[in-house]
Design a protein around this ligand. Structure first.
Ligand code: RB5
Length: 150
């Protein structure tokens, strides 16, 4: 499985740890930056990851910023992306099992490295549930894209 990773300056160090962890486990990792702790804007990197994931539906994205909030918000603007912010292993697992999330968003100032790697492992190790109700709900999420507010 190909994993596309990206982060802003706040998430850079954790993104590097995630990359090492995934490479050790044999995943193909594509790094969309940033490449230092120099201040930058999280939407730029979240969108690069999201666009790559949207174009290659079998891939998974992992984005990291300080809280994980901004990268999730930005990634979710890209059609076909279901980005989930997780702060614990249960959320990361449920994001795949119930929501079929294709991007995991983590907060480097919120989660410790060990917790983050556990979330990464759970996210990548969990499949979307076969239960009809979960599939129906995710279809409804995907159908929202493009609708205008009345
Ligand atoms: C950067 O200071 C911080 O705002 C950013 O990493 C992120 O937490 C935004 O959601």
């Amino acid at each position: 499985m190909r994993v596309i990773v990206g982060a802003d300056h706040a998430g850079f160090r954790l993104k590097e740890k995630i990359k090492e962890h995934l490479k050790r486990k044999g995943f193909e990792v594509v790094d969309e930056g940033t490449d230092s702790e120099k201040s930058c804007d999280y939407p730029d990197f979240a969108v690069k990851v999201a666009e790559k994931v949207a174009k290659s539906p079998k891939s998974i994205g992992i984005v990291v910023c300080g809280t994980g909030i901004g990268t999730a918000m930005a990634a979710n603007k890209v059609k076909g992306i279901r980005a989930a912010l997780a702060t614990n292993e249960y959320m990361a697992r449920m994001a795949r099992e119930h929501n079929n999330a294709n991007v995991l968003s983590l907060g480097a100032r919120v989660s410790k490295e060990k917790e983050a790697l556990e979330m990464v492992d759970s996210f990548l190790g969990t499949d979307f549930s076969l239960e009809e109700r979960h599939r129906r709900r995710v279809k409804k999420i995907d159908a929202i894209h493009g609708k205008t507010l009345k």
